[in-house]
Design a protein around this ligand. Structure first.
Ligand SMILES: CC(C)(COP(=O)(O)OP(=O)(O)OC[C@H]1O[C@@H](n2cnc3c(N)ncnc32)[C@H](O)[C@@H]1OP(=O)(O)O)[C@@H](O)C(=O)NCCC(=O)NCCS
Length: 328
């Protein structure tokens, strides 16, 4: 799916919040559990530490402060929200949805609320959905949450996946605004590549030997990631009549610093325009892009008028880009 936002109402992000659990897990700590080292992890991934949620926390607990911060920044309360989407592969439970749980806790009684599953690309899919509903006049104010507690589905004996992921969540408020914020989206999926990154035994498909943990073919995912990050970004820019030189802030999915470096070089984005926090949080799946966006805001990079390009990729296999002009 690809489109420029030429029809419909103008929509933008008016509030932004993020949250990671308190518990820091360093590479040295991981090397006490599996056969790995700080040197290997830093060299191959750029990750130095990540956060793991406490046993008492579910995704909605970690996401809640991010939602409250996003609402406060937009000058809104929960009751003002009429659409709440949570992008995640680790909801509190299958049902009720984490969206419904958060809507209840926030007092968003008039909101349509649900979860959306598109792997690490979930936040991009959720942004596009919320944009469409607002631009089409179905809703006025949306809260879009991206978050995962990947530590819940990691095999603590598998070094090839354990070192990559972390927990965290971000939230944004989308509103109909007088000036154009979102300019275009490109989203895609290749279910044929799904078994490169999957969680068999987590749904209605029965396996003889069900598995509760993430399985990954790292090299295949690496090749896929470096390809789609570039293709998706170039496609959305071309559709919107812009070039990579127009981009002020590039927010790629935070999976691995080598993947980010590869995409950055191929696209030709200077490093000062690239947001990187994978060193501190690892890959937080659906939380990755909103967490990076929040870091860019803290750094003062998200000034009004700046062109922001976000591109994600992940399980599915899926990918997606959003291009927007920051409006406040
Ligand atoms: C996983 C990843 C970091 C592995 O890096 P790599 O350079 O491809 O490493 P390889 O898989 O070739 O493994 C090299 C060696 O390191 C070993 N190794 C794997 N994980 C290790 C770890 N945590 N610590 C130490 N050694 C490790 C392997 O067993 C292998 O050993 P061998 O040569 O004796 O067989 C890399 O493939 C990657 O980032 N892939 C994308 C993953 C991703 O982003 N997934 C989420 C997408 S949303």
């Amino acid at each position: 799916m690809i489109g420029a936002t030429k029809a419909g109402l103008d929509v933008s992000i008016t509030g932004l919040g993020s949250r990671v659990p308190d518990r820091v897990i360093t590479n040295d700590e991981l090397s006490q559990w599996v056969d790995t080292s700080d040197e290997w992890i830093v060299e191959r991934t750029g990750i130095r530490e990540r956060r793991f949620a406490d046993k008492s926390e579910a995704l909605s607990d970690v996401a809640m402060p991010a939602c409250k911060d996003a609402l406060a920044q937009a000058g809104l309360e929960g009751k003002d929200i009429d659409l709440l989407i949570v992008a995640t592969v680790t909801p509190d439970m299958s049902f009720p949805s984490t969206g419904a749980i958060l809507a209840d806790k926030l007092g968003a009684r008039d909101a349509a609320a649900y979860d959306l599953s598109a792997g690490c690309t979930g936040f991009m899919y959720a942004l596009a959905q919320a944009y469409g509903m607002l631009a089409g006049g179905l809703a006025k104010r949306a809260l879009v949450v991206g978050g995962d507690l990947l530590s819940r589905i990691l095999d603590f004996e598998d070094r090839s996946t354990l070192v990559l992921f972390g927990d965290g969540a971000g939230a944004v408020v989308l509103e109909v605004v007088p000036e154009q914020g979102f300019l275009g989206f490109e989203l895609g999926a290749d279910g044929g590549g799904g078994a490169s990154l999957w969680l068999p035994g987590s749904g209605s498909r029965l396996f003889d030997d069900p598995d509760r943990y993430v399985k990954m073919n790292g090299r295949e995912v690496f090749k896929f990631a470096t390809r789609v990050l570039v293709q998706s970004a170039e496609a959305v820019l071309a559709r919107c009549g812009l070039t990579i030189d127009d981009v002020d802030v590039y927010v790629p999915h935070q999976a691995n610093v080598r993947i980010i470096d590869h995409a950055t070089k191929r696209l030709g984005v200077p490093s000062e325009k690239v947001v990187v926090n994978v060193d501190r949080y690892g890959n937080t799946s659906s939380g990755s892009i909103p967490l990076a966006l929040a870091d860019a805001a803290i750094d003062g990079r998200l000034e009004a008028g700046k062109l922001v390009l976000m591109t994600g990729m992940g399980a599915g296999l899926t990918w997606g880009s959003a291009l927007m002009r920051w409006t406040r």
